[in-house]
Design a protein around this ligand. Structure first.
Ligand code: FAD
Length: 303
């Protein structure tokens, strides 16, 4: 049953008509609890509140799977505006971006040039840029983009998704980067990815431990308290300093736990999505945790 619900929301997340339509609706269906507004000003106001509590942020200008150059160029311009806003407002924040929003599905070199412009501007202000990882079809090209740009830039990093069989090789290859480690959010084929939750969880722990011991800087991005408690014990046992890692969670999720981790002295970073293109992101959150449906139900009954 749980798999059927997951597949249903995954299917909805990729529906092009609904993705386009939702841009005209404004934040609806409860998405406003997990998306920090549709404009840069609204997003900045949310980040200021988080920064005041000692929480750093990574900003995602929502949007993905773009097939028109004009749309990808618009997304690039918006991200450049976000970088300027981080600098002007002196925010403790960096950028998370999706290559498919910046033209990866249109033309690799067009996408690379868009990323280069973003990374150049971010570098000017010493702002870090994370290349979020999407589905398997885009995985190798996203690593290629990172390789291409890392010859000239040191303010970039990426994500390792624990459900992929190849994740352990990738983490070894990219150990000198700042890496975010996640379980993985997309529906992937059994030929490339673990399907069983226990196997994914076990691989997730192994990757985190490996990178904490061998890597540059580790962002442990999860809402799973078992993993978080395990990491707390592991870093204590191995004397890993708090400057070498941080916890990350999504905006609007487990907020009490986010504050508790900060109060306990851990570095913490909230992933802050904003923008009109919220639909696919919100549907994936419903797919990975059907309990998130309570956001939607509350919204319906509060009307
Ligand atoms: P789950 O396996 O979803 O949950 C484990 C357990 O934690 C649950 O059984 C429950 O007990 C508890 N729990 C989880 N959520 C809650 C909650 N809201 N309230 C109470 N208890 C809860 N995926 C990608 O593929 N690419 C990316 O670039 C990417 N970036 C991410 C960035 C961040 C900051 C985060 C947090 C996630 C990102 N993800 C990304 C998504 C990730 O891959 C997972 O799909 C998502 O985080 C769900 O897995 P989980 O680790 O949170 O734990």
């Amino acid at each position: 049953m749980e798999n059927a619900i997951r597949d249903f929301f995954m299917h909805l997340s990729q529906n092009k008509v609904l993705n386009q339509g939702a841009k005209r609706w404004g934040l609806k269906l409860g998405a406003q609890h997990v998306v920090a507004g549709t404009t840069i000003d609204e997003m900045i106001a949310s980040i200021k509140k988080l920064n005041e509590k000692g929480i750093a942020c990574t900003i995602d200008n929502l949007g993905e799977f773009v097939y028109e150059k004009v749309e990808a160029t618009g997304a690039k311009e918006q991200i450049l505006n976000v970088i300027e806003a981080i600098h002007t407002n002196n925010l403790d924040a960096h950028i998370s971006l999706k290559p498919s929003q910046l033209g990866l599905d249109i033309d690799y070199h067009f996408c690379r040039n868009n990323l280069k412009e973003i990374v150049t501007k971010a570098k000017k202000y010493e702002i870090f840029v994370n290349f979020d990882m999407e589905d398997h079809a885009r995985l190798q090209q996203s690593f290629d983009l990172l390789d291409d740009l890392s010859a000239d830039y040191d303010n970039i990093g990426t994500v390792i998704q624990a459900y992929f069989f190849r994740a352990i090789e990738d983490i070894k290859q990219y150990k000198n980067y700042r890496l975010r480690i996640v379980k993985g959010a997309y529906k992937e084929d059994a030929t490339v990815a673990y399907q069983d939750k226990n196997e994914i969880d076990q691989n997730y722990i192994e990757l985190i431990e490996w990178h904490l011991l061998n890597g540059k800087f580790t962002s442990i991005a999860t809402h799973d308290h078992y993993v978080i408690n395990h990491v707390k014990d592991f870093v204590k046992k191995h004397g890993i300093p708090k400057e070498k890692f941080e916890f990350q969670m999504l905006y609007g999720f487990r907020e009490e736990m986010q504050y508790e981790l900060v109060i306990d002295g851990y570095n913490f970073c909230t992933y802050v999505p904003f923008g009109e293109d919220w639909y696919g992101y919100f549907m994936r959150r419903l797919a990975e945790r059907p309990q998130n449906l309570n956001l939607l139900v509350k919204q319906v009954f509060n009307k």
